[in-house]
Design a protein around this ligand. Structure first.
Ligand SMILES: NC(=O)c1ccc[n+]([C@@H]2O[C@H](COP(=O)([O-])OP(=O)(O)OC[C@H]3O[C@@H](n4cnc5c(N)ncnc54)[C@H](OP(=O)(O)O)[C@@H]3O)[C@@H](O)[C@H]2O)c1
Length: 249
């Protein structure tokens, strides 16, 4: 395969909502969110895929971390030649770090992840950025020693980012528990290989609450994405675990 194998694993309500309301990050979770599974239940679910696939990359979208409309940290002005900055940045200290098992990747097409978080000891951060981010942002990432791959103009070209991960970092498998927009974009681009959903017996509703796969409506002649079952399990308490392989047209 020319790109890594991509597996999505998420928890959802029966009506396909993945959050209790709009514009909530992982830092806004409270005990109400337990309706989609407690932390321990999530760790068991997610952990089962970590163990089964041993993914090289755990990938998330930026809305997991930063809210739309949040004020972003000001960055130092960069007055050098920006040309070099738009080349992929893969410092040896991160790539060849002793004990590195993989990467924590974030799709960050607008350059909004500005905490300077460098990841875990055995899984450094890897930002996937587009050419729309400012030179200041790339300079900031370099200053913090945070590796990045540049793919796409206005947004991250997800296909190219995955190919680069494979070619430059030998990434074979990506596990993502991304939000609905990223999952929708991956699915629409034919970049998802497996989908695993843990359904909770609740209905959340909402016009603006994130859903499993948020993407443009089907075109007139565009067929829905077909799935082939891998496993399903219904529990007496109403939870349903459903895993599918995406059928390639
Ligand atoms: N229940 C669960 O298992 C679960 C799992 C994950 C998240 N969540 C929840 O889901 C919510 C976030 O979901 P969301 O749908 O708002 O956001 P999201 O899926 O995180 O979507 C935003 C990310 O996708 C990228 N993106 C979207 N469309 C794209 C495209 N066409 N091409 C390239 N990149 C694209 C965005 O890039 P930019 O950086 O360029 O904007 C951004 O990184 C949060 O509330 C979170 O807590 C729940």
């Amino acid at each position: 395969m020319y790109r890594p194998y991509v597996i999505l694993c998420v928890s959802a309500s029966i009506d396909g909502r993945i959050s209790l309301g709009p514009n909530r990050t992982m830092f806004d979770l409270d005990e109400r969110d337990d309706v989609l599974g407690t932390r321990e239940e999530w760790e068991e679910f997610y952990g089962s895929f970590q163990e089964r696939y041993r993914p090289d990359v755990y990938m998330e979208g930026s809305n997991m971390i930063v809210k739309e409309g949040d004020e972003l940290r000001e960055l130092e002005i960069y007055d050098g030649d920006p040309g070099e900055l738009y080349l992929d940045y893969l410092p040896r200290e991160a790539v060849d770090r002793p004990g590195r098992k993989g990467w924590l990747a974030a799709v960050d097409g607008r350059g909004r992840l500005r905490s300077g978080y460098t990841g875990e000891k055995d899984r450094p951060m890897l930002h996937l950025v587009s050419r729309a981010v400012s030179p200041e942002y790339l300079w900031f990432l370099r200053g913090a020693g945070i590796p990045y791959l540049v793919a796409g103009e206005a947004r991250v070209d997800l296909a190219l980012a995955l190919v680069k991960m494979k070619e430059k970092l030998n990434v074979k498998t990506v596990l993502t528990s991304s939000g609905g927009r990223l999952a929708g974009a991956l699915l629409k681009s034919g970049l998802l290989d497996e989908v695993h959903i843990r359904f909770s017996p609740v209905i959340i509703g909402g016009f603006n609450t994130p859903v499993l796969f948020a993407s443009p409506d089907l075109g007139e002649d565009e067929p829905p994405v077909s799935l082939e079952v891998i496993e399903t399990r219904a529990c007496p308490d109403g939870r349903i675990f459903a895993g599918y392989r995406v059928v390639r047209g």
